[in-house]
Design a binder for this molecule. Structure first.
Ligand code: FMN
Length: 165
């Protein structure tokens, strides 16, 4: 549906609709205690600095998984490949035990859950966490990272998942 020009107030529906036109990659941020892993889908992940190597992600203050990840002081960003929509949906639910019955390994630097079938991973120590409205703006210092397998990307655009490449 075409958007009427002039509706520019940043009320939440308009904000979501407009920002939803920006395609994003899909990352599952994992971490927490080894015996009680946590994770959530984030589209806000981005590269920030090369020296030092920094990335950014914006978890919501309403996230039930982020506090346990933050408490451990580190996280691993699992970059989803095309075909991993189901995994994305699983980690976009709140509160559920998302790891039950899921096969996963451990990232080498921080020991955070490394999910199977992902395209790449970025293992980080939390460098800073600042308030950003109803979200946190978190910088991660990259300790190790790798491409896991040659695969297309999973992209989120206009409210749905799309395979790329
Ligand atoms: C494509 C996509 C991108 C998302 N990006 C973010 C994000 O950047 N930050 C965030 O806090 N939640 C984001 N979410 C929503 C969370 O994944 C969702 O609220 C989840 O239920 C949080 O789980 P938790 O309560 O266990 O932390 C995104 C969801 C989807 C489907």
């Amino acid at each position: 549906m075409a958007q009427e020009p002039g509706l520019t107030l940043p009320h939440s529906e308009n904000f979501r609709q407009v920002l939803g036109r920006l395609p994003t990659g899909v990352v599952i941020v994992t971490g927490g205690l080894p015996e009680h892993p946590s994770g959530l889908v984030c589209g806000s992940f981005m590269s920030v600095s090369l020296d030092p190597p920094l990335v950014a992600v914006a978890p919501s203050k309403a996230s039930t998984s982020w506090p346990a990840i933050a408490a451990a002081g580190s996280f691993c960003a699992n970059v989803l490949a095309d075909g991993q929509e189901q995994l994305a949906r699983r980690f976009a639910q709140s509160g559920a035990d998302k790891f039950t019955g899921l096969a996963y390994g451990r990232s080498p630097a921080t020991g955070a859950p490394l999910l199977e079938g992902i395209a790449a991973w970025i293992d980080c120590r939390i460098y800073s966490q600042t308030e950003a409205g109803d979200h946190w703006l978190v910088l991660g210092e990259v300790l190790e990272l790798s491409v896991q397998r040659e695969a297309g990307a999973l992209v989120f655009h206009g409210g749905s998942f799309h395979p790329l490449g």
